[in-house]
Design a binder for this molecule. Sequence first.
Ligand code: CU
Length: 362
Amino acid sequence: MVTEQENEEVLEGGGVDRRAFLGLFAGGVGGAAMVAATAAAAWPRDGDSGSAASASNPPAGAGMAAAHGESPADMDAMHKEGVDLFLKNAESPITKGVGATELEWKMVDGVRVFELTCRNVDWEVTPGKVEKAMTYNGIVPGPTLRVVEGQPVRVDVRNDLDQSTAVHWHGQRVPNAMDGVPFVTQPPIQPGDSFSYEFTPGPFGSHMYHSHHNATEQVGKGMLGALLVEPANRADEPAYDKDYLYILNDSLGGFTINGKGFPATAPYTAALGERVRFRFMNEGQMVHPIHLHGLTFEIFARDGYPLPQPFRCDTITVAPGERWDAIVVADNPGLWAFHCHILSHAESPQGMFGMVSVLIVK
Ligand SMILES: [Cu+2]
């Protein structure tokens, strides 16, 4: 888990600068290096053209490479370049900024208090592709809030945007006045103003918070985060060794997992035999069937609610607003592709992009 401080370091000076980024290809495979550099300049790939609405759907068929003016070798080199960058990202970040870091809180009179500030920032989605984001605390997704069922929380929200906003606690049974829908339950939080949300978390499970004002733009551009409600009784959820978020969005910079598009998506890792929990959440506008190679999901909760009977699958369709919880037993070593199976969200003639990651089991 990356701490807030480490994240600041990444935001300030970490990552890879443009020159170092291009330098990555110096050690490439002979003539492929030039191709790779050209491809880097042309990043993002086709199909990752800025928003889901404008994403192209690559034509199928044998003429594809020719239609893009690329030889098979050039095409393969670009595909390889993306994978190499992804693996490099596993060692050190190739973009600035890490989303969904856990937010520290303080205890005040028995209440767990969090602070969120809404603000505009530049967010690097893929190497060199920087978008105008609307955020909580400057990151996409916003910081992860971890709370406990039945233990009261307060979230102090300050609005430093240039438009009004409000925060909705998606999946929680809050008092009506805390539900965060302007003119339905509260006045909007105007620029420069603050609002404190107070509620007692429940039900437990994987939930979300997000803007509920001008939401197509505000959520689309990054005003979303995970609200993880731990059960008062740990035995109410299955045991696991690792806890991972897989948050989908499809507006800011195209198709993303946890605020980044491939190759800047973080890989997931597990030791052989570990039980890994994945929390799938869809904050986008489209359904995304998420597919894991070589291993099996055991789906045990939907929208936080434990299923009466868990079920197994390898592709779980996550609709907007939904959360699905899975346990994966990492019993098959290797690098397992882990991606949206709407293929135009994941792969173009120039290589993989968007909603693609890998589960590394070793
Ligand atoms: Cu998708």
